[in-house]
Design a protein around this ligand. Sequence first.
Ligand SMILES: *[C@@H]1O[C@H](CO)[C@@H](O)[C@H](O)[C@H]1NC(C)=O
Ligand SMILES: *[C@@H]1O[C@H](CO)[C@@H](O)[C@H](O)[C@H]1NC(C)=O
Ligand SMILES: *[C@@H]1O[C@H](CO)[C@@H](O)[C@H](O)[C@H]1NC(C)=O
Ligand SMILES: *[C@@H]1O[C@H](CO)[C@@H](O)[C@H](O)[C@H]1NC(C)=O
Length: 237
Amino acid sequence: MLLSAALTVVLASLARPTLAQDENPNIVYDSAHNATTIYGTWSSGSKAVLTGAGFANPANMTFTYPKTTGVSYSFSQNGYYEISRYRFNSNGSEPTCITGVIGWVHGTYTLNNNGSISMIPLGDGFQQIQDPCAAVSNFIEVYNYTEYYKGWRIFTDPTQGFKLHLFQFDGSPVAPLFQVSTTPNMLPTTVLRNVPTDPTIARRSASSAPDALGPHWVMGVMGAMTLVVVSTSLMLL
Ligand SMILES: *[C@@H]1O[C@H](CO)[C@@H](O)[C@H](O)[C@H]1NC(C)=O
Ligand SMILES: *[C@@H]1O[C@H](CO)[C@@H](O)[C@H](O)[C@H]1NC(C)=O
Ligand SMILES: *[C@@H]1O[C@H](CO)[C@@H](O)[C@H](O)[C@H]1NC(C)=O
Ligand SMILES: *[C@@H]1O[C@H](CO)[C@@H](O)[C@H](O)[C@H]1NC(C)=O
């Protein structure tokens, strides 16, 4: 066991520089751009929301609700990502209708040469929406949207350490993410539930409510996260 652990360390140290170079020659891992690599687990705010075990059970599409809202991203050196999110969305025209959204997704990511990140889901992502004012106030649905982030930067925060900034497709920032661990804390990087492979079934489920709950809606909510957190806390005062 000791031997295999030592071997893993040796292999990891051999693999690391090669991977970083092959992966993306234009992303410079220096202090001017990125204070460290993106690999590992990152979490916003109080770090109550984390990827890995203890947040989502993809096999039966259930969640263990964290104490507070937040978002967490993990990136592995071999190209896998995982995202956990929990947030409240307030409705301007119906201030008492605060919608809760909790979601989980994983898949493969690419650090593109122009500094963007593309994330392709594996198909077993899902989210639960609790909307006290909707006809169906609580439902769970498949979440299988490709996500595109315009850019990313890693800074060093004087008190919290490494801090990752992700910029969404429209340039709006994700809440600052702090490094929780340098090795990613993730569920197995395989499909964790039977998902329809028949393209007609997949297409039908993916387009069940494209306007109401499609990528724009979800991205919009993510973009508004800071605002929502602010307005939610104002509302609670
Ligand atoms: C879902 O799976 C988790 C993990 O196996 C288990 O702890 C939980 O009880 C299950 N929940 C339901 C409603 O089946
Ligand atoms: C806000 O609430 C109104 C009335 O219930 C609803 O029609 C509208 O779709 C809601 N907007 C959002 C963004 O949820
Ligand atoms: C950046 O690269 C990705 C992947 O090649 C591409 O999809 C995207 O359109 C590019 N963005 C810009 C602004 O060129
Ligand atoms: C999930 O989305 C990816 C990327 O668009 C696609 O390749 C895959 O077939 C989808 N899976 C399901 C089960 O819809």
